[in-house]
Ligand binder design. Structure first.
Ligand SMILES: [Zn+2]
Length: 194
């Protein structure tokens, strides 16, 4: 499994690269208030925390059992879409405490969800098999393992998986993060030249 810092950096610098870019530009132009900086630090905290969310049991197990077991809470696998989707709820609660505004809180929840999914994405890239579809389908799978299927595959389903599954996974996580950021103060839009 990648180190915790790698999960945080992957989410911040790769998935949210454009937010890092716009923040740096604003800082260099000194076009940013201390209130905005606090807001961006909150996003950084939420993004960083939820990028580690599926490994959260490691903290408990290190303290209580002296092991680094981190993949289960009871019988529930933490590396699954089912568990990761709880990030929406916790992220929304944090957003509501921070903004007192339900609309913005939901976007914070979606941002947290993108961070939790980016954790599964990086673990998968690292070669881990993940119980994505628990409790509907309990077997562990790796989306990125399909990448290496070679060109000789003629069957339609493996071909589709080989070609699109991992791209769609990365695309979905990035779009979710951008969609949330776009409603949390970052504005990404095309500006046509007149
Ligand atoms: Zn993990």
């Amino acid at each position: 499994m990648p180190y915790p810092v790698a999960h945080v950096m992957f989410f911040v610098f790769c998935i949210c690269a454009i937010a890092v870019y716009t923040t740096l530009v604003a800082l260099l132009r000194r076009n940013i208030s201390s209130r905005n900086i606090m807001h961006i630090l909150l996003l950084l905290f939420v993004g960083g925390f939820f990028a580690l969310f599926p490994d959260i049991m490691a903290v408990y197990n290190i303290l209580v059992n002296g092991t680094v077991e981190h993949c289960q809470i009871g019988t529930i696998p933490t590396h699954s879409l089912f568990f990761s989707s709880s990030a929406i709820l916790f992220g929304t609660i944090i957003g509501y405490v921070a903004y007192r505004e339900f609309g913005r809180a939901v976007y914070m929840g979606l941002f947290a969800e993108a961070a939790a999914l980016s954790h599964l994405l990086l673990d998968d890239l690292d070669g881990a098999d993940i119980q994505y579809f628990y409790p509907i389908y309990n077997r562990k799978i790796s989306v990125f393992a399909y990448m290496d299927n070679g060109l000789a595959r003629a069957d339609l389903i493996p071909y589709l998986l080989t070609s699109y599954a991992y791209i769609i996974f990365i695309f979905t996580v990035m779009m979710l993060a951008l969609f949330a950021l776009n409603h949390l103060g970052f504005e990404f839009r095309y500006r046509s030249k007149k």
